[in-house]
Design a protein around this ligand. Structure first.
Ligand SMILES: Nc1ncnc2c1ncn2[C@@H]1O[C@H](COP(=O)(O)OP(=O)(O)OP(=O)(O)O)[C@@H](O)[C@H]1O
Ligand SMILES: O=P(O)(O)OC[C@@]1(O)O[C@H](CO)[C@@H](O)[C@@H]1O
Length: 326
């Protein structure tokens, strides 16, 4: 296979899905309702990051685990959307995740399935594939862990990838995030809720968010990006904090917005762009995706148009980083 130009980028999806979204008027308890429209998209965070990178014209490898006939369907869906898919097959069925986009009152409901049991053998094949592909590059480790995968899986991979001179981007939740942070990934991207869960307290204003993001960064993580939904995002490195507001878009479905943001960060940072530009691209990608139905992602031209409307506020750090919350 011809290696993509630039450094290798590898997106891992241990628990992919076929995403189904239904556009509905409103849910009625104990009654059947009929959708106005529905769509199927490939899903799972790493797959979405790789799809978004392709939209940005950045080639990437995707390593994912698939099973059963739903796995076959997923492979058909990703065949058109990914540059370099590497699918490891297991027993059982790939999960189906559902999004309900309710019109009145406007609401988005998301249900994620559990995913099939992953054997030690399959997991080892995944680890080997990622280590083989990502040396000297960037590995994107994101999404939930299916049954059979230990909670320190991302942490172990970060350690092993560091030995291969690869930088890791971690976008995970709960235990997987806690363990992963211990291994000092290159970048993490919690949303505000995930950051609050991580630090164990509510973060009602921007100062609180900056304080906790800086404390995390000081633990040896080069970049901490906190996504703030409609409010935009914050990016913190050792020198400064950067804040971007989301550009106005007509929001349809935010599924995949965070993954699109990760892709924007990876695309820019892998080209050596400064953090302010990485954040600008990330927010444009996230907001572009929020304007699309289901798990459909932003368009290239759309992102180019959104970029011009995103201002970045740079707040220089003048004091040492604060201590972490307990
Ligand atoms: N309602 C919105 N309006 C405009 N932009 C949005 C909206 N929601 C999300 N975005 C864009 O997408 C980015 C990521 O969104 P968010 O903070 O919701 O991430 P997330 O929770 O990881 O997303 P996901 O839904 O993929 O899990 C935001 O920083 C913003 O740029
Ligand atoms: O259940 P997880 O692994 O936490 O999240 C899976 C998922 O909801 O995340 C993606 C959007 O970010 C969707 O494509 C997918 O269905």
């Amino acid at each position: 296979m011809i290696e993509p130009p630039g450094i290798p980028i590898v997106c891992l999806t241990l628990n992919p899905s076929v995403d189904i979204s239904y556009d509905i008027s409103n849910l009625v308890v104990d009654q059947k309702i009929h959708a106005h429209a529905n769509r199927h998209d490939p899903g799972g965070n790493g797959i979405n990051v790789a799809r978004a990178l392709k939209h940005l014209r950045v080639p990437a490898h995707s390593v994912c685990i698939v099973g059963g006939e739903i796995g076959d369907f997923l492979q058909r869906l990703i065949a058109h959307e990914l540059d370099h898919p590497h699918c490891i097959r297991i027993e059982g069925e790939t999960r189906v995740n559902v999004t309900l986009l309710q019109r009145e009152p406007r609401a988005q409901y998301e249900v994620s399935g559990t995913g099939p049991q992953v054997t030690e053998l399959a997991l080892q094949a995944v680890i080997d594939e990622v280590l083989n592909l990502a040396g000297g590059g960037i590995a994107v480790l994101t999404g939930s862990l299916p049954p059979g995968v230990p909670p320190d899986m991302y942490a172990s991979l970060i350690r092993a990838l560091r030995a291969q001179a690869a930088r890791c981007v971690l976008d995970a939740q709960a235990e997987a995030l806690i363990h992963g942070i211990e291994e000092r990934p290159f970048l993490i991207k919690p949303n505000l809720y995930e950051l609050e869960q991580l630090v164990g307290r509510a973060l009602p204003n921007l100062d609180d968010i900056v304080t906790e993001a800086r404390a995390l960064q000081a633990r040896g993580i080069e970049y901490v990006c906190v996504s703030l939904g409609a409010e935009g995002a914050l990016l913190v490195d050792a020198q400064a904090s950067y804040l971007a507001k989301s550009p106005p878009v007509d929001v349809v479905s935010t599924v995949g917005a965070g993954d699109s943001m990760v892709a924007g960060l990876v695309a820019a940072l892998s080209r050596g762009e400064p953090p302010a530009e990485a954040l600008r691209l990330a927010v444009a990608c996230g907001s572009g995706t929020a304007s699309r139905p289901g798990t459909a992602l932003f368009g290239y031209q759309q992102v180019q148009a959104l970029l011009a409307g995103i201002d970045i506020q740079r707040i220089k750090h003048t004091s040492p980083p604060p201590e972490n919350s307990p």
